[in-house]
Ligand binder design. Structure first.
Ligand code: CMX
Length: 440
């Protein structure tokens, strides 16, 4: 085992305890049923089937996400902040997700120092990204950049050298920390390459992880740096069943390393029903503004537009959720930020009016199980306000944050020795034959 930092030592002690706990749980209650699977669930995107373990966070359909038991409002109060700042530092959220303990200022500093020590990215990664046409979607560039780092995977090297299964978590941790040190620099480079002059801005060691990301994108507004801290904290994890987390988890279960699984997770995040929704929301709102010649529409115009969208067979972007049945607390956190920093912004006004309008209409239409806004209904208008007007980039911001939860969970999956995932699929004929044989 390589030498251990305080953080790694603490993690190891937690792992030993958890392994014991899970071993006993399996011995005593291995046959306990978590639920049953219906035909509708098999055809319906496996909604609600409890079939995987994800330690860092849990999603309650009414309350929203809890990170290691803490809600977003609690964490905005309790996680350490940057000097003079009011929003939590994502380094602290990482510590919490990894160890299940609230971090001290010192713990946060240690995470930061670990990431900073690993920030240097080999030139070939930038060269690889530069080999793609400049108009390649930023998420493609991001996944390619992550995969270009794979050749230095500590896990893959150690696996091929031969190691005990109990040790898997250690090189996985190294890969994850290396990735988190490098991701903001790669993501910022993609922003500058796709939407600015392509020059790379280097790290400023006086800035925290999130503020540095903003700095490397070329944005120095202190308010945007605050937004970045909040944004990277609240998007970090959303339990394990969402498409990006689940994809990464499945890939990781083959003992593919963290680079492969994170790149796969980012491919899932790129879909319109998942991470792409942020940009769809803005496009949809701005389409309406264009139609009306700019400004803020009236409530009547907004209602007509929402119905027109639905009657054309389209979804209202930013509304609905596969699990949530209330307003997403990540939406609320961003709304509070907007009320504080940009209450008069036109786009924010429209986003607020939609909040007052869309839920009633979706209820009246009667299809969506959840008429309330999700996180993506708000994120875009904040980015736009601070000058990030390149929609295609929004999912990359989401991806940098989501990497935190995905990677933490991958360390725990190794620590608990999770096996290859291999659920059973069935055919329609099999289902019908079973129903006839056993009764409905
Ligand atoms: N507008 C209109 N119709 C909607 C809707 C919306 N915002 N949300 C759901 N519906 C419809 C569905 O399309 C479905 O219709 P059909 O029966 O005709 O197929 C019906 O309501 C039932 O869907 P559901 O069970 O409520 O929702 P799902 O779990 O299938 O899907 C989601 C969830 C998020 C994909 C869906 O609500 C949606 O498409 N929302 C808009 C896109 C969006 O905001 N995505 C971001 C999600 C957050 C994230 O994970 O990143």
């Amino acid at each position: 085992m390589s030498s251990m930092s305080n953080l790694k030592e603490k993690l190891f002690s937690k792992i030993e305890l958890k392994r014991k706990e899970v071993k006993e749980l399996l011995k005593e209650s291995g046959d306990y049923k978590l639920g049953e699977v219906s035909v509708a669930q098999a055809y319906g995107g496996m909604r609600g089937i409890k079939c995987m373990v994800w330690e860092p966070s849990a999603l309650d359909k009414n309350e929203g996400i809890r990170f290691r038991g803490y809600t977003i409002p609690e964490l905005r109060e309790r996680l350490p902040r940057a000097e003079g700042g009011e929003e939590p530092l994502p380094e602290g959220l990482f510590y919490l997700l990894l160890t299940a303990d609230l971090p001290t200022e010192e713990d946060v500093k240690e995470v930061y120092n670990e990431w900073m020590a690993r920030k240097e990215t080999p030139q070939h990664v930038f060269d690889t990204i530069n080999g793609l046409p400049p108009d390649t979607h930023p998420m493609t560039q991001f996944s390619v950049g992550i995969l270009a780092l794979q050749k230095d995977s500590v896990f893959s090297t150690r696996y091929h050298e031969g190691m005990y299964k109990e040790e898997y978590w250690d090189p996985q941790y190294e890969d994850c920390m290396n990735l988190l040190g490098k991701l903001p620099g790669i993501a910022a480079f993609i922003y500058r390459r796709s939407f600015k002059d392509g020059t790379r801005i280097h790290t400023d060691e006086n800035l925290d992880w999130a503020a540095n990301y903003a700095h490397m994108m070329g944005i120095e507004s202190p308010e945007y740096k605050e937004l970045m801290r909040l944004y990277l904290t609240i998007h970090a994890d959303h339990e394990g069943g969402n498409a990006s987390a689940h994809t990464a988890h499945l890939i990781g279960s083959t003992l593919s390393d963290a680079y492969y699984s994170l790149a796969g997770g980012m491919a899932a995040l790129s879909g319109p029903l998942h991470g792409l929704a942020t940009q769809e929301v803005l496009i949809w709102i701005q389409h309406l503004q264009e139609k009306l010649g700019g400004g803020v529409p009236t409530k009547k115009q907004l209602v007509e537009y929402v119905w027109e969208t639905l009657n054309n067979g389209q979804v209202i972007p930013g509304y609905g959720h596969a699990v949530l049945r209330k307003t997403d607390p990540r939406y609320t956190a961003q709304r509070e930020f907007a009320l504080k920093h940009l209450p008069d912004d036109d786009l924010f006004q429209i986003v607020s009016m939609l909040y007052e309008t869309v839920p009633d209409i979706l209820r009246e239409q009667g299809k969506a199980k959840n008429p309330w806004p999700n996180v993506d209904a708000h994120s875009g208008c904040l980015q736009w306000h601070y000058g990030i007007k390149d929609y295609d980039y929004y999912t990359v911001l989401f991806g940098v944050s989501r990497a935190i939860g995905i990677l933490v969970s991958s360390i725990w999956s190794r620590a608990l020795g999770f096996p290859l995932e291999r659920p059973k699929s069935v055919t329609t004929d099999w289902i019908k034959e079973n129903i006839s044989a056993n009764g409905s």
